[in-house]
Design a protein around this ligand. Structure first.
Ligand code: SAM
Ligand code: SF4
Ligand code: SF4
Length: 355
């Protein structure tokens, strides 16, 4: 198996797996459900994800035991960080039990694996304490605006913004620090909420991250003219609140971090469309039904871990399949998006592959 030497940022004992373009496998995203209690227009448009939509049958979902087995094998292959996502991970019953299992994994030095989770925050008030007690290290909450009308337009659901804000407060009370808030920006839909959101989260200790609206999946009707670029967001915020660039925390960090010069906090800009970061992309993705994907914009998977697990394969066989999947990887969709969007493709939906 091709290996790479230790690196500048960390010095792992076990060498990290590298893909066909020299990128290391460091983090794993696990989609624990393809269902959601919101219908964000950019992710699960209601016209498609309506009551006739067929979600995965229960038996097709990996069980928590199966996810834990897969995660343990990934840790043996060098994964240091696991993010639970979906769909909406908090609607999977007993999610805190899975967090507990994963948070007890350690790498070859005995260092605990960092387990994080991305949520829309709707159920966070009920779940924050249990997630903290289970060992969840960090939380990211998605929120696309502060006005109920705008939030409803983005989420296409009748949930007040206060529900999400209360969820964030509950998480803080439960002891979560360094919470992040993700805001997807769509032109003429919620771009006028950029400055109110920046103002709201200054002085809060919460890092607000602006995400360029992406052409994930095949159902959201994405058009480049709806993308508010990270550059535009930066200029707008700078015009009100002066900012300076920060160094990345870790290699391959997707958000470009900026801090307010007056010390009132930081923001992140995730420019997935206008400044592709494929060359630093270190993420493996496990779908709700146990398939591996090496890119958010994948069209198919060649590695079905559920089939392996349910046919009695041992950990060595799993690790071989996982390693082969990463080593064959040559994805760089965002770098070559322009050429690819000319030809219609049938990309996997984000709610299934895990955002
Ligand atoms: N339901 C959870 C949530 O919304 O936080 C977790 C899953 S969601 C797919 C993960 C992240 O992907 C969210 O922050 C969401 O805003 C983002 N996302 C979904 N569709 C997107 C798109 N088309 N462009 C950019 N970001 C998107
Ligand atoms: Fe649900 Fe998250 Fe997708 Fe919104 S972005 S529809 S909350 S999975
Ligand atoms: Fe990674 Fe694919 Fe996104 Fe590029 S397009 S950063 S390879 S997930």
């Amino acid at each position: 198996m091709p290996i790479s030497p230790s690196e500048t940022f960390s010095t792992p004992i076990a060498p990290l797996l590298v893909d066909a373009m020299g990128r290391h496998m460091r983090d794993l995203r696990i989609s624990v459900t393809d269902r959601c209690n919101l219908r964000c227009t950019y992710c699960m448009p209601r016209e498609i994800f309506d009551r006739n939509h067929v979600f995965l049958p229960r038996n097709d979902l990996l069980s928590f035991e199966e996810i834990a087995l897969v995660a343990r094998a990934f840790v043996r292959l060098g994964i240091k960080k696991i993010r639970l996502t979906g769909g909406e991970p908090l609607i999977r019953r007993g999610i805190e039990n899975l967090v507990h299992e994963l948070a007890s994994l350690t790498d070859e030095r005995g260092t605990p694996i960092e387990v994080t989770l991305t949520t829309n925050g709707v159920l966070l008030s009920q779940k924050a304490r249990a997630l903290k007690d289970a060992g969840l290290a960090r939380l990211t909450v998605s929120l696309d605006g502060l006005s109920d009308a705008v939030f409803r337009r983005m989420s296409d659901a009748d949930v007040p913004v206060a529900t999400v804000l209360n969820g964030i407060s509950s998480a803080e009370r439960a002891g979560f620090s360094s919470i992040k808030v993700n805001m997807v920006v769509k032109r003429h839909v919620n771009d006028h909420e950029i400055l109110p959101m920046a103002k709201h989260f200054r002085h809060s200790g919460i890092a607000l991250r602006f995400i360029e609206y992406m052409d994930v999946g095949s159902t959201n009707g994405w058009r480049m003219e709806d993308v508010v670029t990270a550059g535009e967001v930066l200029e707008l915020i700078k015009s009100q609140y002066p900012l300076e660039r920060m160094d990345p925390n870790v290699p391959g960090e997707v958000a470009k971090r900026w801090r307010y010069i007056d010390g009132s906090g930081e923001i992140g800009l995730i420019a997935s469309v206008t400044q592709a970061f494929c060359k630093d992309c270190t993420r493996m993705r496990l779908s709700t039904d146990g398939k591996l994907y090496t890119c958010l914009f994948a069209e198919h998977s060649n590695t079905d871990l559920k089939a392996l697990l349910r046919s009695g394969s041992d950990e060595q066989a799993l690790m071989k399949a996982m390693a082969g999947c990463w080593q064959n990887r040559d994805d760089r969709y965002s770098q070559i998006r322009h050429d690819l969007t000319i030809v219609p493709r049938s990309k996997i939906e984000m709610s299934y592959i895990g955002g």
